[in-house]
Ligand binder design. Structure first.
Ligand SMILES: Cc1cc2nc3c(=O)[nH]c(=O)nc-3n(C[C@H](O)[C@H](O)[C@H](O)COP(=O)(O)O)c2cc1C
Length: 190
């Protein structure tokens, strides 16, 4: 597929429709290399990529349950327990985070976060180019201090996404995208 087609026809796959085989260690390295090619103001390299697979997904599910219960003690138990299976939906998760350098003279925090977001998207596209499906998910767990801490992140750091990866069991046709005219403007001065 031409790169321009890959970019324009890219589509996410629901996490529960991603199965084995997941990217292997070599393919993970390739995907991460694509992340490391993300634009990066002042060569901050703010990225941290954490692989969660196999049994570790169960532990992450337990962490989600504990964190959800602490955040929302009134939530019904069945709903809280549903958090346990979230990481089990796909065989591989790569947690993408920005390790924030506060008060950097050139690169404000938002630019460090945007760079990590760019890395996440580079990685999704790399996974797609290698023939895998993916989806970028966040939710309250991504902003939870306990979840971040369990994944080795500090309060100041930003967990920009859980990339769920695997082989897509369905080939989704790309949905109708937004109209160019609704989003593209040519500024011709004041
Ligand atoms: C930062 C970020 C966080 C996201 N978090 C979620 C999420 O928690 N749940 C969800 O259903 N989609 C989330 N999405 C959207 C999906 O990744 C995906 O883009 C969406 O399902 C539309 O599918 P498409 O990518 O094929 O257009 C998020 C996207 C971004 C960029």
């Amino acid at each position: 597929m031409q790169l321009i087609d890959l970019l324009q026809q890219r589509v996410s796959t629901p996490a529960r429709l991603l199965v084995e085989p997941a990217p292997d260690d070599n393919q993970i390295e390739q995907i991460v290399r694509a992340g490391l090619a993300a634009p990066d103001h002042a060569a901050m390299r703010p990225w941290r990529f954490t692989v969660v697979r196999g049994e570790a997904r169960h532990e992450l599910g337990d962490i989600f349950v504990k964190a959800t219960r602490k955040r929302d003690p009134d939530m019904p138990d069945e709903k809280i327990e549903g958090q346990k299976s979230k990481p089990l939906r796909s065989p591989l998760i790569i947690v993408v985070a920005a390790i924030i350098t506060p008060d950097h003279p050139k690169t404000p925090e938002v630019e460090q976060i945007v760079s990590a977001g760019a890395a996440a998207q580079q990685m999704q596209l790399a996974a797609n180019a290698l023939g895998f499906g993916s989806i970028w998910l966040t939710g309250p767990n991504a902003r939870d201090s306990d979840v971040k801490s369990a994944l080795g992140l500090a309060e100041k750091d930003e967990l920009v996404g859980f990339l769920y990866l695997g082989t897509a069991t369905v080939t989704k046709a790309p949905p109708a995208r937004a109209a160019v005219a609704d989003h593209l403007h040519y500024w011709r001065g004041c």
